[in-house]
Design a protein around this ligand. Structure first.
Ligand code: FE2
Length: 196
């Protein structure tokens, strides 16, 4: 993470709220890209591929690279000289409850903590921008409002309906598939952390 220069970023804005979801389910919503075309059809899907992602584990933590659709527009020459960062959204899963997202020119931090019951989480969303950025604050403000809106109205509201399903007790467990390495890693490592 050091080469991305987060030390030169400042907190632009932060908000927190509670939602009727387990805190782990809040983290889960970031752990795969294939929900993007369905759940974020009009918001993120025009920018991010839902069928490409790379996951790497770093001990308890993990990193997923999602690919922006701009990569598909590279011509034959650019394909030999391109660099990843302008075309990627990079997510770090920092155990146990933090997701840090690098997005080209800013960073988003999501933190989920347990609420009063297993079916409630406190969520904090923060936007960090480079100290040296000359982009007007109104741009970052709009950006912040959009990311909170998308995450809350699309991801967390869907997670809330999943949480309601859990409460029905119809399932004893969930199985994560082979194409869900970030989910597998997060939950396996979390179980291990809890058993230490
Ligand atoms: Fe999402």
């Amino acid at each position: 993470m050091a080469p991305l220069g987060f030390g030169g970023f400042r907190l632009f804005a932060s908000t927190s709220f509670s939602r009727p979801i387990n805190w782990k389910l809040a983290v889960d919503t970031f752990c795969e890209a294939y929900h993007v075309p369905a759940l974020h059809r009009d918001t993120l899907s025009p920018m991010i591929h839902g069928d490409l992602a790379l996951f790497d584990a770093f001990d308890d933590h993990g990193r997923m690279v999602a690919v922006r659709k701009s990569v598909s527009a590279l011509d034959d020459v650019q394909r030999h000289t391109w660099s990843l960062l302008p075309h990627a959204t990079i997510l770090w899963f920092l155990q146990p409850n933090t997701v840090l997202i690098y997005q080209q020119d800013h960073a988003q931090l999501y933190q989920a903590t347990p609420g009063n019951t297993p079916g409630e989480a406190h969520l904090q969303i923060s936007l960090y921008v480079p100290d040296t950025s000359e982009v007007p604050d109104r741009h970052w403000q709009r950006n912040f409002e959009l990311l909170v809106e998308v995450t809350d109205q699309e991801d967390f509201s869907t997670a809330a309906s999943i949480q309601r399903g859990f409460a029905a007790d119809a399932q004893t467990h969930l199985t994560f598939g082979r194409n869900e390495p970030a989910l597998q890693h997060f939950h396996q490592r979390l179980d291990e952390l809890l058993s230490r």
